[in-house]
Write a protein that binds this ligand. Sequence first.
Ligand SMILES: NC(=O)c1ccc[n+]([C@@H]2O[C@H](COP(=O)([O-])OP(=O)(O)OC[C@H]3O[C@@H](n4cnc5c(N)ncnc54)[C@H](O)[C@@H]3O)[C@@H](O)[C@H]2O)c1
Ligand SMILES: O=C(O)C1=N[C@H](C(=O)O)CCC1
Length: 233
Amino acid sequence: MKIALLGYGKMGKTIERLASERGHTIVYKKTSSASEGELHKADAAIDFSTPETAEKNILLGLETGIPVISGTTGWLEAFQKITKFCQDRNGSFIYASNFSVGVNLFFQLNEQLATVMNSWPEYKVSIEEIHHTQKKDAPSGTAITVAEGIIKHSEKKKWTLNEGDPDAIEIKARRIDDVKGTHSVYYTSEIDTISIKHEAHSRDGFAIGAIMAAEWILDKKGIFTMKDVLEIG
Ligand SMILES: NC(=O)c1ccc[n+]([C@@H]2O[C@H](COP(=O)([O-])OP(=O)(O)OC[C@H]3O[C@@H](n4cnc5c(N)ncnc54)[C@H](O)[C@@H]3O)[C@@H](O)[C@H]2O)c1
Ligand SMILES: O=C(O)C1=N[C@H](C(=O)O)CCC1
């Protein structure tokens, strides 16, 4: 497969390495200031750019008529617009706040745990995410997906970064050195704490998942999620 990289930072470079190991070729790269290669020659575009530039990058890929895989977080206010644009052109698009297989299993586990814990109101739910200090958005896209998974199966209606709102799921966002991405869900009572945790050891899992999504979407039209790719949930 010929791949276009929309964004060539930590994730773009990791995808380049792992895609070539899987026999794919990078035919186009776009950074903030320049681009090289020919976008129209790509079979699929993978966007890992910035919250401010993802929307433009995704539209560029869809306009070119190739499937777009986006892992950039922090741009979801434009999701409806992207969906309509993609549908109007009979295009293909997939967004995931986290492409790693392990995190997608964690999402599933989180929803199952939320279903169980919904009968036990003495346990207060909270989420913690830890990432490297270069991360631009907070909370992480993954933490938002985790919160949405809990909201689906509980009385909670929203999430917050602040302390002390009993109606909201509190998310604590921490930034430490070069942490690749750690997400924990806690259910805490007076007596004890139940927790689940996913810890990424490198960026390879995110990159392999995005490449798997690109391989999967090639012969499909529509808007998809990582659940479709992995056939889970
Ligand atoms: N979904 C996932 O699995 C997953 C995993 C890791 C990171 N992310 C997200 O992906 C995004 C990128 O992460 P990263 O660690 O590679 O960040 P990074 O800062 O290392 O790289 C971002 C790159 O985008 C480039 N860029 C800036 N403006 C651009 C433009 N107009 N067009 C194209 N590229 C442009 C920058 O040059 C930079 O190299 C972040 O939003 C992050 O949260 C998601
Ligand atoms: O490094 C990042 O930035 C990451 N962003 C995603 C998020 O916001 O959830 C996924 C994990 C790594």
